[in-house]
Design a protein around this ligand. Structure first.
Ligand SMILES: Cc1ncc(C[n+]2csc(CCOP(=O)(O)OP(=O)(O)O)c2C)c(N)n1
Length: 659
């Protein structure tokens, strides 16, 4: 291994040595603790430290790094007190997740480290968002994100690189090419010879380094960062290295040929660098002994702090309260009475436009949303008013873009992501369920992202452009789910969602866009999330519904003047307004829940279960659910009418009343 001093003085070389030594010694200690059953799991980075340490030393402390499971060196070079890391690994309160997540699964704004989730891949889209924030702020900062070679087979790698290329995002994608993904060798993971060959496919620069050579990784990342700060762009950096221990300690290395281990054993980054420094007479053996002693003492002292710490106190209230950033939601009451007749779509556009005027840090991203104005024209004229920086046409990659929304939020900005159709959210599911929804609970990072979901049937568009998929998200703790039925609520709830620091799934029914109008305040205002609206008042039955269901119910009630019903528009599905529903049930004793979504596992099941559990004595009849058929949404008009809950609603309502 050839080391180039590249003008570094002895003090710097020694500092680099100590930084390289520290994670090695910590790991050696952790392996002992693992055998003693004092920590549960360990993903070893032994033999790969030069990459994490090189990166940690090369970037400025305020530049974000998104490491993976073998990158202890990133955490140590950022000078996180060791007892905090130890407490994190032992689930103690002194860690970063209040004992809620394990190992390296945490982030910290204080140290500008955004840790991984278990899922390989999504961190790369998040890095794009952080970098986009830096680009828009023009602050000249670089972001570095790690992936293993195995993780690059995930679509997220492709999406994130592609977005970074198209948007010239200042990101260094560091690929640790260490030969194996768990037990599967590289030749079963991909066919190209080397990762730098991928650069050309994405139109990005690609650089390869010996990942075991600390001076090479450090110097390369440093010079790349300097160049990217001046000329923002993504670079793919392939670091050749090897995984010297098992995927995690329990899984061993039996499947790795002995010769490979021997070959790479000779390339150990620490030993080689140490030998170089000895040869150059920068250090001597006494110094090595003393450095080791010093670091070991630091480890022992910090371990004592962690061991002395109590386990977290269990408190269910805190657990549920920490699901959301509880910062009191900003409430805006319209200061003028002036109202204008608006269609549902125009109300959405109006709300978005005013939010964009109010928040310079708000960015809208989606397919075809710039000059084209979006397929439904919700953002028509926006690019002219706010510019292409904040109104962004995206490549067709839902996962990277939702991830980028989260990255923007991490970087102090706000995001609206438009799904072209709600159906396509399946391609961005992971980011919503595992990143947006869980990060606040895990490590206190809010996701200030609104995902707009043009949803619903009635437009003869078939199984992939008509689905109602709100129930998927209602089942996910950490999200909020809103679904307005009227233009005034569409504007007020959208603004409330944008003002809310938490992730909000905002459902907007396509068939309502141009079919209904209402007087809507011209001013900027919020409609409270979590509050239902009593649309009609009556005494005999309670109809609970939302979205298009509200209009079906109104049509039915208008046709049957003899039916006296409370009609509740839930408006928010998570959290839903139990108080409003219970008050109505108390009065009527009969409930029908109507929704366009299919029956099994729909929102109606949850409400029905709640009522049977908490309002049983108030009920004079079973709670009825009227939903669409449990099939995909068919295209043909007749078939679609038959599919939709509307076709059975009147009959079921009357049956309930005469029960
Ligand atoms: C989406 C996803 N699929 C599968 C896994 C299980 N898994 C965890 S690590 C790993 C291997 C990762 O290999 P690589 O990206 O090369 O990183 P390395 O562990 O070699 O550093 C696998 C399959 C996962 N965490 N996420």
């Amino acid at each position: 291994m050839k080391f180039e001093r590249a003008g570094l003085d002895n003090e710097t070389l020694i500092n680099i040595y100590k930084e390289l030594l520290k994670p090695r010694l910590i790991e050696e200690k952790m392996l002992v603790l693992l055998r003693q059953g004092k920590i549960a799991k360990w993903f070893s980075g032994i033999g790969q430290e030069a990459i994490s340490v090189g990166c940690g030393l090369a970037l400025d402390p305020e530049e974000y790094i998104l490491p993976m499971h073998r990158n202890l060196g990133v955490f140590t070079t950022r000078k996180i007190p060791l007892h905090r890391l130890f407490s994190q690994w032992q689930g103690k309160p002194g860690g970063f997740t209040k004992g809620r997540d394990r190992s390296f699964h945490f982030g910290t704004q204080e140290y500008h480290i955004i840790g991984m989730i278990s899922h390989l891949g999504p961190q790369m889209g998040v890095a794009d968002g952080i970098a986009l924030g830096n680009l828009l702020k023009k602050n000249g900062k670089v972001t570095a994100v790690f992936s293993g070679d195995g993780g690059t087979s995930e679509g997220d790698f492709h999406e994130a690189l592609n977005v970074a290329a198209v948007w010239d995002l200042p990101v260094i994608f560091i690929i640790e090419n260490n030969g194996y993904g768990l037990s599967t060798p590289s030749n079963e993971q991909f066919r190209m010879k080397q990762f730098i060959d991928k650069g050309i496919g994405y139109g990005v620069e690609a650089v390869q380094v010996d990942g075991n050579n600390i001076l090479e990784t450090f110097a390369t990342i440093k010079s790349l960062a300097e160049s990217i700060r001046k000329k923002p762009r993504p670079v793919l950096l392939e670091c050749l290295t090897f995984r010297m221990r098992g995927h995690e300690e329990a899984s061993g290395t039996k499947y790795v040929p002995k010769e490979l281990m021997e070959e790479w054993g000779k390339k150990d980054p620490l030993i080689n660098y140490e030998n170089f420094l000895l040869l150059e007479k920068v250090i001597d053996t006494d110094m090595i002994v003393s450095f080791r002693k010093e670091i070991k003492l630091e480890i022992e002292k910090n371990l004592e702090i962690t061991f002395a710490e109590e386990n977290p106190k269990v408190n269910t209230e805190t657990e549920t309260a920490d699901l959301y950033d509880q910062a009191s939601p900003k409430v805006f009451i319209p200061s003028a009475d002036k109202k204008t007749e608006k269609r549902y779509l125009d109300a959405i556009t109006d709300g978005m436009r005013q939010a964009m005027q109010k928040h310079d840090e708000l960015v809208i991203m989606g397919q075809d949303i710039a000059e084209y104005g979006g397929v439904f024209k919700a953002t028509a004229g926006f690019v002219e008013e706010f510019g292409r920086g904040r109104v962004r046409n995206t490549p067709i990659c839902e996962s990277a873009i939702i991830g980028a929304g989260f990255g923007l939020s991490i970087n102090g900005m706000k995001a609206i992501v438009e799904m072209q159709f709600a159906d396509f959210v399946t391609c961005g599911f992971n980011q919503i369920i595992n990143n947006l929804a869980k990060s606040y609970y895990r490590w206190g990072q809010n996701a200030d992202v609104v995902v707009r979901m043009p949803t619903g049937a009635g437009v003869n568009a078939g199984p992939f452009h008509s689905q109602s998929n709100e129930a998927w998200f209602v089942h996910t703790p950490g999200l909020k789910v809103v679904y307005p039925a009227f233009p005034s609520d569409a504007k007020g709830l959208l603004i409330a969602s944008i003002e809310d620091p938490n992730p909000v799934m905002y459902f907007e029914h396509k068939a309502l866009y141009r079919s209904i109008t209402e007087e809507v305040f011209d001013d900027y205002y919020t409609t409270e999330i979590g509050k239902a609206r009593l649309v009609r008042e009556g005494n005999d039955v309670t109809i609970i519904t939302y979205g298009f269901g509200v209009h079906w119910a109104l049509e039915t009630l208008n046709k049957n003047a003899d039916i006296s019903a409370d009609l509740i528009d839930l408006r928010t599905l998570l959290p839903w307004d139990k108080e409003c529903v219970e008050a109505s049930v108390k009065k009527t004793g009969r409930v029908i829940i109507l929704h366009e979504d299919t029956l099994i596992g729909g929102v109606g099941g949850e409400i029905s279960a709640h009522l049977s559990e908490h309002c049983f004595e108030l009920l004079d009849a079973p709670v009825i659910r009227c939903a669409s058929l449990d099939t995909p949404v068919p295209m043909n008009v007749e078939l679609e009418i038959n599919f939709l809950a509307k076709s059975r609603f009147e009959e079921q309502l009357k049956k309930l009343i005469s029960y």
